[in-house]
Design a protein around this ligand. Structure first.
Ligand code: MN
Length: 514
């Protein structure tokens, strides 16, 4: 298709393919059947709709500032632009800042078309009057595309609905069907202007205080998740973190206000390079194993691949998004992270029914699933709009004491554990495996500072040699199951959690009956 390649010269000249995610000009495979048409909703410097028709081996393109209308009296200006390659018919994404057409572009409509009479696309285009029969998901029936001015490179045309019985002056297709036909995305984001970057922004730390504490999921069972009313995401096993970015400056903290940028400098630096004027991201710092599953133990050893998996966007360019529905926040988050690379990544969605999602989590070795209620707002603190379903039995526990090592050294043998029930701590058993010698020594040193005379837990056993401490440290353990009397069976230490408080350690059940 030498002819088509030649026509795409201007398309190629305007773009840097090493930077933009848009497709190159290599010829795409073409299925049999009627020619394609698509409409992109393009949130560039000025929002517009790009009508593209497959003609002569490429996508002939028109930018329509006001978009199509089902009202035949609304004749919409359509400015002809350069031909695009056929592969552009499936493009959706964000064209990076500073590039030609910078901003989000979503696939607003797609389908096939023919001319009236059929098969005359090339001739009709030359004559300056395309009479189209569209079969899209939103645009259908007959439409006219009529050239009004031949001046120079930018030809002006008018695009309007034909009176063929499918016209409908009262139907605002742009307002009623704003979504992408490919991803369902609704909210789009325009380019970030130099001016927006240069204006005065709050301190990122202040912005974090403004959005307040993160929203937390409630431990839940599979039966409580009504099919279809929730969006499912991978549950990450790491440190919860909020990141505020203000024109290149970053504040990155855990729930307990631990400074994560000190602990994870590579992630903080990658955050500072995101192309946003002001944003607050919510997510989890994780360390991935070779299967891509996040493992809390790996965060302790720096052996895994460290990432920040962002799953929510609370603030964007001066706008507080917490009152906006979940789906809208997600759309904008995808826009902000559209061209992000590791160690920053988008929190993974799971597009399966819950039972399938839980078995996939088990197969992959991830901790479980978080189900988020569709349409829900972001509210700080524990909420029933977010439900967490674990497939692996792990538990956060308060450390309430220890047994010294039997050999008599200055180290602990096992930790005595408790969970919070109501206003009190309840004894939950002891853990003696999963420690290195170094950790055994360190823990003794730490715990000896907080010794108390009597156990501060209910149901504490009478144990010879037990040292009881005030609950300050939080540990995470893996275990096989809860015993009938509320103890952890076969627990193994996974690490200490500096980001959690002992009061947060409530008993969690696996999502499925075991
Ligand atoms: Mn455009």
């Amino acid at each position: 298709m030498g002819q088509a390649r030649g026509k795409l010269r201007e398309y190629a000249r305007k773009r840097r393919f090493e930077v933009t995610p848009e497709p190159g000009t290599a010829p795409a495979g073409r299925k049999e059947g009627l020619p394609l048409f698509v409409v992109h909703k393009h949130d560039a410097r000025r929002l517009h709709y790009d009508l593209r028709l497959e003609l002569d081996g490429a996508l002939a393109s028109w930018a329509i500032p006001k978009g199509p209308s089902y009202d035949p009296s609304q004749k919409r200006l359509a400015v002809q632009t350069e031909d695009h390659p056929l592969a552009y018919a499936s493009f959706e994404g964000r064209i990076p800042e500073g590039e030609y057409g910078a901003g989000d572009s979503i696939l607003w409509d797609r389908g096939t078309f023919d001319t009236v009479p059929p098969g005359e696309g090339s001739q009709q285009r030359k004559k300056g009057h395309l009479h189209l029969e569209l079969q899209g998901e939103k645009l259908h029936g007959r439409w006219h595309l009529l050239r009004t001015r031949l001046a120079g490179g930018k030809q002006q045309w008018l695009f309007f609905k034909a009176k063929d019985g499918s016209e409908d002056p009262g139907y605002d297709v742009l307002a009623e069907r704003p979504e992408s036909v490919q991803s369902g995305r609704v909210r789009t984001r325009g380019p970030v202007s130099r001016r927006a970057m240069a204006t005065i922004h709050p301190e990122p730390g202040q912005l974090l205080e403004k959005v307040g504490p993160p929203m937390r999921a409630t431990p839940s069972r599979a039966e409580e998740v009504e099919e279809g009313r929730y969006l499912l995401e991978v549950k990450y096993d790491g440190y919860r973190g909020l990141a505020a970015i203000c024109a290149g400056r970053v504040a990155f903290r855990s729930r307990s206000a631990l400074d994560l940028s000190e602990r994870f400098p590579d992630i903080a630096q990658a955050l500072s390079h995101l192309e946003v004027a002001e944003a607050v991201l919510d997510g989890e710092v994780v360390a991935l194993d070779e299967r891509g599953a996040s493992k809390f133990q790996l965060l302790q050893t720096s052996k895994g691949e460290e990432r920040f998996a962002a799953f929510d966007l609370l603030w964007l360019d001066g706008e507080d998004l917490r009152g906006r529905p979940l789906e809208e926040r997600r759309d904008l988050l995808e826009s902000v992270l559209a061209n992000a690379t590791p160690p920053i990544q988008l929190g993974e969605r799971v597009d399966l029914p819950l039972a399938g999602a839980l078995s996939a989590a088990k197969r992959r070795g991830t901790e479980g699933i978080v189900a988020k209620r569709r349409g829900s707002k972001y509210r700080g603190g524990r909420s029933r709009d977010w439900l967490k379903l674990k497939v692996q039995a792990t538990q956060e526990v308060a450390v309430v004491g220890y047994l010294p090592i039997r050999t008599g050294g200055a180290a602990i043998g096992s930790l005595l554990l408790a969970v919070r029930e109501g206003r009190a701590f309840h004894y939950a058993g002891k853990v003696g495996t999963g420690f290195t010698d170094r950790v055994r020594e360190l823990l003794k040193e730490l715990l000896d500072r907080d010794r108390v005379e009597r156990p501060e837990v209910q149901g504490a056993p009478r144990q010879r040699g037990a040292v009881w401490v005030r609950p300050k440290l939080v540990a995470q353990v893996a275990f096989s199951e809860w015993t009938r009397d509320g103890k952890l069976r076969q627990p193994s230490l996974q690490g200490l959690r500096e980001d959690k408080r002992p009061e947060d350690c409530v008993r969690e059940e696996p999502a499925e009956a075991r």
